[in-house]
Design a protein around this ligand. Structure first.
Ligand SMILES: Nc1ncnc2c1ncn2[C@@H]1O[C@H](COP(=O)(O)OP(=O)(O)OP(=O)(O)O)[C@@H](O)[C@H]1O
Length: 299
C-alpha cells in the first residue's frame, strides 16, 4: 500500500480580524509518521480542517494526492480522520460507528473489528456519554480507521490517553507507516510524540517555523558551555571581548554555541581560574519552545 502525499500550498485562513493560518506550505509523505506541532491556538486544527474540506481556505489549497480532498470520488475511504467525530452522548460506541459505516461502505462486522483494534471491544455497547476522555479518543480513532484508509489524519490523538495508551498508539501509528500509509498527527507537546514521529512540521501563529526529520531537529538543538569562574567580572569581560552570547546560570554564565574546549582555552589564555566547565545541550522540548516562542516586540 502507498498512501497519498498530503500537500498544503500557501494556505491562509482569516476569521474576521484573526489570521489563524498564514501562507502555510508543507508536504506529508507516505511511509513515515509526520508530527504537526504547534502551541495551543497556532492553527493546527484549522489547517487540518482545510486539508480535509471541512473549512474553506481564504487563499491557497490543500491536496490529497493530486487534487483537493472533496474532488475525490470517495474521499472518506482515502483519508480517515478524527476531526469532527460528532459523538452523540446517547448513542453506544458501536451505534456511533454504524452511523458512519454506510459513508465508507463497510458493514457491522468491520465496526466490531475496529472497536477491537482500538482496545474497545468490551465497551461497544456502552453509551458514549459514559466514556472517559481516553475512551472517546479511541472511538475517534476507530471512526478514522473504519475504511482501513491509506492515509490517516489525527488531531491530538494522544490527548486523554494514559501512558500505556500512548505506547499503544505509537505502535499502531508505526505499523501504519511501515505498511506504507500516510500518517499525520497533530500535537501541542513535542515530547508527547517525540518517540512516535519521524518527520516534524512546526507552526507558530499560523506560520511554518520548521520542517525536517525529527533527527535533524534534534541535531539543530542549540548547545553551549556553562562556565563558572573564580572572577565573575573577569569572565564577563572575556565574554564581551570575544563577542559571545551568554546568559547567567547559577554562579556562572551559559555561553551559547561555543564548545567547552574553546571556552576553556580562552579562559586559560585570559588567566581565569575555573570552577566549572560543562557542556549544555538543549533538549527537544527546549528547541520546540525556542522555535515557537513569541518574538519580543522591539521598543
Ligand atoms: N471558527 C472560528 N472562528 C473564529 N476564530 C477561530 C475559529 N476557529 C479557530 N479560530 C481561531 O484561530 C486560531 C487557531 O485555532 P486552531 O484551533 O486552529 O489552533 P490549534 O493549533 O488547533 O490549537 P489547539 O492546540 O488549542 O487545539 C485561534 O486564534 C482560534 O481562536
Amino acid at each position: 500500500m502507498t498512501g497519498p502525499t498530503l500537500t498544503l500550498e500557501g494556505v491562509t485562513k482569516q476569521f474576521g480580524r484573526v489570521r489563524a493560518v498564514d501562507d502555510l506550505s508543507f508536504t506529508v509523505r507516505p511511509g513515515v509518521v509526520t508530527g504537526f506541532l504547534g502551541p495551543n491556538g497556532s492553527g493546527k486544527t484549522t489547517t487540518l480542517r482545510m486539508l480535509l474540506g471541512l473549512a474553506e481556505p481564504t487563499s491557497g489549497r490543500g491536496l490529497v494526492g493530486d487534487r483537493p480532498y472533496a474532488e475525490h470520488p470517495q474521499p472518506a475511504r482515502l483519508v480517515g480522520s478524527s476531526l469532527d467525530p460528532g459523538f452523540h452522548p446517547g448513542r453506544t460506541g458501536l451505534a456511533h460507528l454504524e452511523t458512519y459505516a454506510p459513508q465508507v461502505g463497510v458493514g457491522r462486522a468491520r465496526c466490531r473489528e475496529v472497536l477491537e483494534l482500538v482496545g474497545m471491544g468490551d465497551f461497544g455497547d456502552r453509551r458514549v456519554g459514559a466514556y472517559s476522555m481516553g475512551m472517546k479518543q479511541r472511538l475517534g480513532l476507530a471512526t478514522a480507521l473504519l475504511a482501513d484508509p491509506p492515509a490517516v489524519v489525527l488531531d491530538e490523538p494522544a490527548n486523554g490517553l494514559d501512558p500505556e495508551g500512548i505506547v499503544w498508539l505509537r505502535g499502531l501509528l508505526r505499523r501504519f507507516a511501515e505498511e506504507g500509509r500516510t500518517v499525520l498527527v497533530s500535537s501541542h507537546v513535542l515530547t508527547e510524540v517525540q518517540h512516535t514521529v519521524d518527520e516534524v512540521v512546526v507552526i507558530a501563529r499560523g506560520r511554518l517555523v520548521h520542517a525536517s526529520s525529527l533527527a535533524e531537529l534534534a541535531a539543530s538543538a542549540e548547545s553551549g558551555t556553562l562556565v563558572v569562574a573564580a572572577d565573575p567580572a573577569g569572565l564577563a569581560r572575556l565574554v564581551a571581548d570575544r563577542g559571545w552570547t551568554a546568559e547567567p546560570e547559577g554562579a556562572g554564565l551559559l555561553v551559547r554555541g561555543i564548545p567547552a574546549a574553546e571556552a576553556g582555552a580562552a579562559c586559560f589564555a585570559a588567566g581565569l581560574e575555573l570552577h566549572q566547565l560543562a557542556t549544555r545541550t538543549e533538549d527537544l522540548e527546549a528547541a520546540f519552545l525556542r522555535l515557537t516562542a513569541v518574538p519580543e516586540v522591539a521598543a
